[in-house]
Design a protein around this ligand. Sequence first.
Ligand code: C5P
Length: 232
Amino acid sequence: MDSSRIIVALDYPSAEEAVRFVDQVQPAECRLKVGVELFTAAGPSLVERLVKLGFDVFLDLKFHDIPNTVARACDAAARLGVWMLNVHTLGGAHMLTAAREAVGSSGNRPKLVGVTLLTSYSQPDVEQVGLHGSLAETVASLARLAHDAGLDGVVCSPWETADLRRRFGEKFILVTPGVRPADADSDDQARTLTPREALGRGAHYLVIGRPITRAPDPQVALDTMNREIDIG
Ligand code: C5P
């Protein structure tokens, strides 16, 4: 493994605060995720800056729009040089196929993953938005849509990884947020597991935000987690 399997969620309100964290870590220790908060505040120039520093950047903007619009957004994201980007599987099969075509077929194209259900969702939330079936069934059918449209993988809760690994095999990338060290606060995440448990159930990458970024010493927190999962 050329880099850690930990993707740090840079959920900071400004480029300055994000860079303060990034200055303390190396590309071998973590990958970085830029989500809607930071991207809205700091824009594509920060993404390009992180890429230039040598980090694998996951652009987590969860595109969800008509197929043409999403395809153009994916193309723009790919041109920033990101390592991974995502779309929302609830956008449906046509949107997923358009996104997949837009990221191209070159060897260094970004990996494209689909968000299934947010890890803050619990069963009542699923019913409230009018989706029928259990949480696990809903995630499995959304992951099937992503798989059949040729996406590289999905973002899912660590609780769903074992089932999805069985259904879709080793190559289908499973990225799991909702990861918490045993002694940490779960914040607003409803379905959490520890880093070791998540990897044991078949996750490829772990997205971890607040337990690292809000730790008294983020560098130490990252180091401890890398050691806990025995890599990095
Ligand atoms: O701070 P925490 O570890 O909860 O951060 C998790 C990150 O993963 C956040 O940036 C959140 O937006 C993202 N995410 C998630 N659930 C998904 C997709 C992304 O929590 N299904």
